[in-house]
Design a protein around this ligand. Sequence first.
Ligand code: SAM
Ligand code: SF4
Length: 350
Amino acid sequence: MVSTISLWNDGPALPQGPAPTMSGSMIDSYGRRIDYLRISLTDACNLRCVYCMPEDMRFKPRAELLQDDEILAIVRAAAELGTTKIRLTGGEPTIRPGVVELVRSIASVPGIAKVAMTTNGLLLADLAEPLAQAGLQALNVSIDTLNPAKFRRITRWGDLHRVWDGVAAAEAAGIHPLKLNAVVTRGFNEEEVVDLARLSIDRRWHIRFIELMPLGSVADFQQESVVSSAETQARIEAELGPLHPVPGHDGHDPARPYRLAGAQGQIGFISTVTEPFCAGCNRYRLTADGKLRLCLLRDREVDLLTPLRQGCTVEELKTIIRTAVWNKPWGHGLPNGDVPQLRVMSQIGG
Ligand code: SAM
Ligand code: SF4
């Protein structure tokens, strides 16, 4: 028998307790329905974005990461508990060997209605079509500037043209809506938001601007470099005209959607720091080393790797997941200076 909560890392005091037994769906102790699991397929990456990780980042050996069959066991259990949407992320998910077959397997799990991926796009030119064929339905591509030199400076060595080829391949593969994510970082790309926003005029893409979040060893840099969504919105409106709120906003989507007059696509603001969206949060996260992380900005995690390798039953695994989700925190501690220390963003997946 495996204990129901096998590992809590340090974190703030939370309401603790056993989850009520229910079939077919999970709620947390605040009544939020939790049906969206983000899975980090690897902590490694082929870039080193300045706002995400230190240049000398060390990655975990593969043996310490979840294997394909372990990920699938967790996805099956999660699906039986009412999880309907999976997003694959990283590090960089496309560098995981066998990623296309893994997408195919996840997409075929009964109950999983949507499989999405967040990627830096470097390998998409070759992978977009096979991923779409395997069942990937949605793609977010991270692209912080349209200026190749600035892109190289932000990513430390990335080639913007390869990402742009990847975006074109995703569109050719019929993935819609294509979402482009830009983290706005003072001194690196705050002026670039206008060119990125302009892409939404002639394309059906969603261009989303993300506030920089502080985590781990790069938190000091991140806190100094945050640009608020309000500042980004003002910069875009000064150049391109007013942004009009898009009606019918899905309360689970952290991006507040807007549209420029006559534009085909949308512009979104993800304002985690200045306007947290905890009330609409329906997500939980699985790190590449097999920990359930219940809130991006809280260090409290629950170990699934150890019970899996100890041979826990499906019902035991489901109990661990259900209990972890029940104890999902509300609210991050950034206003009180409570910065998560355990991991940097690449080890969680965004
Ligand atoms: N490598 C993939 C990518 O870049 O899209 C997936 C993993 S990456 C950690 C997921 C998202 O988190 C990206 O859009 C990235 O720009 C964003 N991100 C990374 N560090 C961040 C931070 N400190 N604050 C806010 N977003 C961050
Ligand atoms: Fe890699 Fe994505 Fe982090 Fe950039 S943001 S270093 S691409 S994991």
